[in-house]
Design a binder for this molecule. Sequence first.
Ligand code: F0G
Length: 378
Amino acid sequence: MPFRPRYTGLIAKYHDRLPVKDDSRLISLGEGNTPLIRLNNIPGELGKDVDIYVKYEGLNPTGSFKDRGMTMAVTKAVEEGSKAIICASTGNTSASAAAYAARAGIKAFVLIPDGKIAMGKLAQAIMHGADVLQIRGNFDDGMRLVKEVAEQAPVTIVNSVNPYRLQGQKTAAFEIVEELERAPDYHCLPVGNAGNITAHWIGYCEYSGRGEGILTEACTLCNGHCRYASAIVDKRPVMVGYQASGSAPFLRGHMVDDPETVATAIRIGHPQSWDYAWKVKEESGGWFDECTDQEILEAQRLLADREGVFCEPASATSLAGALRDIRHGTIPEGSTVVCTLTGHGLKDPDIAIRQSSDALRTIDATLDDVRRAITDRL
Ligand code: F0G
């Protein structure tokens, strides 16, 4: 039986499209190559003829899409001789930065909003040995402080303002195109800082051989070589970004000072990729919309319950918005839709259990009780 070569991460796979040197030491945990799962049950229940796929980024090594960007950012930091990285985070970036710093043997400092990140993410940052600084402030305060301190101390910022992050994250779009053998008609994402929606657009542009607009700016990093890459498909998707209503600067049209949402990962009022995201909307003919916390939690539950896919609340924002737009016909029947599920549901067990506690029954440890409990529900 012929063996396939071992998958060793996205930089190894896409090195000709990424700004890395041939002899760079790659800092990788085998990230990328995540499943694109076709939803079997939800479209039928909606009564709509649509193909919905979820790109399950929660199956990356630290449980979120951040690993795609972090393998690039940390590889480049090490290539450039950096001994420490720093980030502000709503949780996932800190978990990923901590893990890749551990892998590289360098130091990670992470600033997180005190009491406002999911427990799983905090556990990851601590276990990977990061210096965890809980600030009495939100993500936006942390981001401002990280930028200021990096001007005075020898630390590399690994938030998505670090352009290598977007370069790594664009590979998710490559994988989707390769698997579908075309670009989807619509690509729906949750939007916080708007780095990920920007990165996906860069990826789709590259694979369609279009070098105009945002790509021209974002790709100066690889000396433009990716701009000249041959076209693999001729079409790009319409990009749709959904925000949580309490943290929706793209809907308000201005920065929001006190963002609030149950989806703590996207509790961001001052997005770092503000200008890029507006360009993505324009260039792709897409739109932004918002979802309430209740819609987000319902979509999270629906996906777990009907399809067996468990994502964290922020991730479910993409599906919540897409389902509403499909129901209203804004996304027409006959479309192929991809929703990015940015993080794993196990990141935030508290929220999941809190909204499902009615599913738990406590009974005596007797055969009679167990039998009765089962036959009740058959
Ligand atoms: N979904 C999850 C699970 C996230 O962790 C984030 C961002 C987003 C969506 C939004 O992505 O910022 O590129 O628009 N989390 C960052 C963090 C802010 O610190 O982990 P974006």
